[in-house]
Design a protein around this ligand. Sequence first.
Ligand SMILES: NC(=O)c1ccc[n+]([C@@H]2O[C@H](COP(=O)([O-])OP(=O)(O)OC[C@H]3O[C@@H](n4cnc5c(N)ncnc54)[C@H](OP(=O)(O)O)[C@@H]3O)[C@@H](O)[C@H]2O)c1
Length: 138
Amino acid sequence: MELLNGSLSVVMHVFIAALLLVYLPISLVWRLLRWVLVRPFLKEDMTGKVVLITGASSGIGEQLAYEYAKRGASMALAARRERALETVSAKARELGAPDVLVIAADISNPSEANRVVQATIGRFGQRNRQLSLLHRMP
Ligand SMILES: NC(=O)c1ccc[n+]([C@@H]2O[C@H](COP(=O)([O-])OP(=O)(O)OC[C@H]3O[C@@H](n4cnc5c(N)ncnc54)[C@H](OP(=O)(O)O)[C@@H]3O)[C@@H](O)[C@H]2O)c1
C-alpha cells in the first residue's frame, strides 16, 4: 500500500512539473502569438447585434455603418438629413445589414436624442439585447 501511495505521489509530482514547465509556457506563447498575429485580421461577427450610429448620414458615421453592415449587424442610423440617411441605409442593406432603422433627428436637442434611443429600443430592444452607441456627434 505504501509503495502504491509513493508511486502515485511521484506520478502526481511529475504531472504537475510537466504542466508547469512544458504545457503552460507553450500555451502562453501560443496565445500571445495568436493575439498579436491573428486577432488584428479577424472581423468581429456582429450577426444578431444592433448598433446605433449618430451622424450616420455622411463622413465617419456613414463609413461605420458600412463596416458594421459587412459584419452582419442590424442598425439604427440617426442624423438630420433623412434623404441622405435613406441612401446610407440602402447601401448598408446591400452590404449585409439585415435590418436598418432610419431616424431623422437633431441630437443637439435632448428630447430628440432621447427619441432616437427610444425608437431604437422600440425596434430592436426585444429581439436583440446588445445595443451599442458607436458614434457621437457634437
Ligand atoms: N473626418 C476626419 O478625418 C475627422 C478627424 C478627426 C475628427 N473629426 C471629427 O469627427 C466628427 C465627424 O466628422 P465627419 O468627417 O464624419 O463629419 P461629417 O461628414 O460632417 O458628418 C457629421 C455627421 O453628423 C451629423 N450631425 C451633425 N450635427 C448633427 C445634429 N445636431 N444632429 C444629428 N446629426 C448631426 C451630420 O448629419 P446631418 O447633417 O444630416 O444632421 C453628419 O452625418 C467631426 O466633429 C469632426 O470634426 C473628423
